[in-house]
Design a protein around this ligand. Structure first.
Ligand code: ZN
Length: 60
């Protein structure tokens, strides 16, 4: 099951959509570079009971 979620880059303000792989677990954390300004963010992904994905991003 693949879903999409989005976060706002705190360096450039761009809203970035990321694909979420719900099979990887309901609580995921990984580093991804903003596609606009290339700054790394630590993304914390949580999958809710209804399957909706939420992403929190913080600067690495
Ligand atoms: Zn950015």
């Amino acid at each position: 099951m693949l879903d999409d979620a989005s976060y706002t880059c705190d360096a450039c303000g761009e809203q970035v959509v990321v694909p979420i792989d719900a099979t990887a677990g309901r609580d995921q954390e990984y580093v991804e570079d903003c596609p606009v300004c290339c700054r790394p963010h630590v993304l914390n992904v949580r999958i809710g009971d209804d399957g909706a994905a939420f992403v929190n991003a913080r600067p690495e």
